[in-house]
Write a protein that binds this ligand. Structure first.
Ligand SMILES: [Zn+2]
Length: 607
């Protein structure tokens, strides 16, 4: 049936709004129409009478109600989902029709934790690939130092201690780095390796005290080794020349395009201010949004640091940077580090192994960077301001501290309308699983890190097999009815491709399959994995009514895939390619045409 026939076609008609409202009310009161009303819900609108702007036909369209074939889109809104035949009435002379030839359509993906600017900048830095042994790493670093002018900084990453096969020390780097200061991040980004020149430029001597929230590693004789943990990294990094405006623009543009090519239509920038400073970064997001280069729906999480007045100023100024697609409505708070050899994640129970030369509380239990009372007060304040809070919480003590703070905020403020994210959620105590649902907290997990990898070997070594078996306990989270979303944490991991994460969620093995697995009993179904990236993420962002599902009335943020992930062997999911990315019904990426961002879109060879 069509219920739009009784409505005036002229939207200027003053009765229109009233009539529409009456019809909606009438529908609501007619209980028997519920199912059909959902199917035809937008038909009363006059816009629906005009032809669709775009029709995708002959595809495999995944909807919450099952598989369908075709989608009609008008003004960025999904008018109708059905068979190709059913959508014919929506085709007018100006309607673009894309024949999908059986390709698969899913909702656009969210990346709920990503560092796009960092991801772009590291492409031009010294890439010490994960898994290199010491000789290979040193050869690479030698090449990097040879490639820059005398005395220039060499920065990059991402070494991992277990692959190096030795405890990093500045003297090792000194042998290959000449007069260049060198600072190299590890795979986690929470430890760095500096040479003597870098320590010297940063003014770090053996007598320098550890900064708040950081550790300058020292050997048994008290000599700084060049290994820096957490806030201590900043002491050195602050001496590295900041990237130029042009560098930042090029890097962010590249990352935005790269993410579109992987089907990421919405993302959360997880730490504004890193690595180029908040002013330059916020301005660049705006510049690219104003120029139409930025096409995704973006949440910006501004890093709050209890010791930084600047971070409070940035948060206060947030709405100066707001744009249609750019929401600076989130605060990031780092609560700990990572549960690897550096023991920087805050744990409820001691690490399995002792740290060489260390016998202090921080080496046994890690570090909580913000005291609970300070944290709860801060989260209560941000929550009252209507902001979302995203924590970096890897250890189970940091997860608990974040949950405690959210609970304090809810007690003080009631429900603010914003969900808060426990970011990473690497280790979660069983007793905390139920709390998330009850207090409006979301578990944000990092599936790209889940397969067997050097960092996960480090985690297993540091926390022992029992806790490692429950790392990222997503099955338990879903069983507890918690809201769970996925974030890449790129460029902490090498690729922002979400299909690697999707496969890892299902297999907990290396992409392509492997004899080893990591946290196998926490594996979830493909259906659930895709929900993490779509509907769940939309709900977490407060956008569950507009994106994340392919339904009538939703905005057309869609991706077209070269293969149906539900129809290929599970260890092939990581090979899924995105052929077309639509945002608001407009083509933002087309693999066939290699569409560049700002050019007018042509999709003629798909007609
Ligand atoms: Zn991160």
């Amino acid at each position: 049936m069509s219920i739009n026939k009784n409505f005036p076609t002229n939207t200027a008609n003053s009765n229109f709004a009233l009539s529409t409202a009456s019809a909606v009310l009438a529908l609501a009161l007619t209980g028997t129409m519920t199912v059909q009303a959902q199917e035809t819900a937008v038909e009363p609108l006059t816009a629906a009478k005009a032809p669709a702007d775009l029709i995708l036909k002959n595809g495999q369209v995944k909807t919450p109600a099952g598989w369908s074939q075709a989608i009609a889109i008008k003004n960025g809104v999904i008018l109708k989902v059905g068979t190709t035949e059913e959508l014919k009435p929506y085709q007018g002379s100006k309607t673009r029709v894309i024949d999908l030839h059986g390709e698969t359509v899913l909702p656009g993906f969210f990346d709920s934790h990503v560092h796009p600017l960092y991801g772009g900048l590291v492409q031009k830095q010294c890439r010490v690939a994960q898994g290199l042994n010491l000789d290979q790493a040193l050869e690479k670093i030698r090449q990097c130092t040879d490639a820059v002018k005398s005395g220039e900084w060499v920065i990059g990453g991402q070494w991992d201690a277990s692959a190096l096969g030795t405890v990093p020390n500045r003297t090792i780097l000194d042998k290959v780095s000449g007069n260049h200061p060198v600072l190299l991040d590890d795979t986690s980004g929470h430890s760095s390796w500096a040479n003597s020149k870098a320590l010297e430029l940063a003014g770090i001597t053996n007598a320098t005290p550890n900064p708040t929230g950081g550790i300058i590693e020292r050997d048994a004789a008290g000599v700084a080794t060049g290994v820096l943990r957490e806030a201590a990294i900043e002491v050195v990094r602050s001496h590295v020349p900041a990237p130029s405006q042009n560098d930042v623009k090029a890097a962010l543009t590249w990352s935005l395009n790269t993410m579109l090519s992987y089907g990421i239509t919405s993302f959360t920038e997880a730490a504004v201010g890193f690595p180029a400073g908040p002013d330059l970064e916020l301005n660049m997001y705006d510049q690219l949004a104003d120029a139409g280069v930025l096409k995704q729906r973006v949440r910006l999480c501004m890093t709050w640091d209890q010791n930084s007045e600047l971070s409070n100023k940035v948060i206060a100024a947030r709405n100066l940077y707001a744009r249609n697609l750019v929401a600076p409505d989130c605060v990031k708070i780092f609560l700990d580090g990572v549960p690897t050899d550096g023991h920087t994640a805050a744990m409820l129970h001691p690490y399995e192994t002792a740290m060489e030369g260390r016998d202090d509380d921080a080496s046994r239990l890690g570090m909580l960077m913000v005291k609970q009372d300070v944290l709860s007060a801060a989260v209560t304040k941000f929550d009252a301001m209507g902001l979302a809070v995203k924590f970096h919480s890897a250890g189970d003590a940091a997860v608990r501290a974040g949950l405690n703070a959210i609970e304090a905020a809810r007690k003080a403020n009631g429900y603010s309308g914003k969900l808060h994210d426990i970011g990473h959620s690497t280790l979660v105590d069983k007793e905390d699983l139920d709390r998330a649902r009850l207090i409006g907290a979301t578990f944000e997990v990092s599936p790209y890190l889940w397969s067997p990898s050097p960092i996960n070997n480090d985690i297993t070594h540091a926390v022992g097999n029992d806790r490692a078996d429950r790392a990222w306990p997503i099955k338990e989270m879903l069983d507890a009815h918690a809201l769970v979303v996925a974030g890449s944490d790129w460029a902490v991991i090498p690729s922002v491709n979400p299909w690697i994460g999707v496969e890892s969620l299902v297999t907990r093995e290396e992409p392509g399959g492997s004899a080893n697995s990591f946290g196998k009993k926490e594996a979830i179904s493909l259906e659930e994995a895709i929900e993490l990236f779509t509907a769940n993420s939309a709900r977490d962002r407060g956008m569950g009514n507009v994106v994340g599902r392919i339904e009538v009335g939703m905005l057309a943020d869609l991706i077209v895939l070269n293969q149906n992930p539900f129809q290929v062997p599970v260890n092939q999911i990581h090979n899924t390619l995105v052929n077309l990315t639509l945002i608001d019904g407009k083509v933002a990426f087309d693999r066939n045409e290699k569409v560049k961002n700002t050019k007018p879109v042509s999709i003629r060879n798909r007609f």
